[in-house]
Structure formats: structure tokens, C-alpha cells
Design a protein around this ligand. Sequence first.
Ligand SMILES: [Zn+2]
Length: 127
Amino acid sequence: MKVPSSDLLKRIIKQKLREKGEVETQRELGALVQKELKKINPKLRVTPERVRRVAVEIPHVEVVVETRSGKKLPKVCPVCSSELVPIYMKNLTGKKVKTGFRCSKCSYRGDMKRFVPMRYTFRILKG
Ligand SMILES: [Zn+2]
């Protein structure tokens, strides 16, 4: 078993997203990338989680994260492990209240109720 480099994974992810335009789940993108890796070297292995982590680092790839409710608020981004930035809003009395948080690096954002990543959509951005 061999671990593919991030650069190789980035190349394959971009290629696959250019072909498809959009891939609707992490599992599907993982399977597409794994299939390509197999053609290069049958020993190369990658998990869908690693594919997602590499995909969020590609500038021309948009990752849309759908969230569901959960019990424990995350301390770091559950998508890419980067720092979370709180989101505040003013309520009717003008008081600042924390309504959620977003990732400092990727497109992840959650509110105080729904913050557990449930589904990922991957898209290639033009240009
Ligand atoms: Zn993130």
C-alpha cells in the first residue's frame, strides 16, 4: 500500500471535477479519485476523508458543506481543521449575540444548532 502525494491528488481532483462539473458526495469523489490512482499504481490508496481535506485546499474548487444538528460545538473546523471565526449579530435590543461560526480557511460555516457536516458538494470554479 502506498500513500499518494497531495499534489497528485489535487491534479486528479481537478481533472475529475472538470469532467463532471460537480460531484455530490465525499464518497463519490473519493471513489473517482481512487479509480484514477489505481490506473497509475494499483498500490496507491486514499480515503474519501483525505480527498476532501485536499480538495478544500484547491483554490479553484468550491466545497459546499451541508450541516445537521449536533450536541457538541466544534473547536476547530470539522472540514479542514483550521481555526473557526465566530459570527455575531445584533439582536433587537442592540446586544451582540453569537449566532454561529465560520472557518477561516474553507467554506464551512455553522450556526448554534446545525454545525455537523452531513454532506459535501464539490464544484470546479471557472477561470
Ligand atoms: Zn475549514
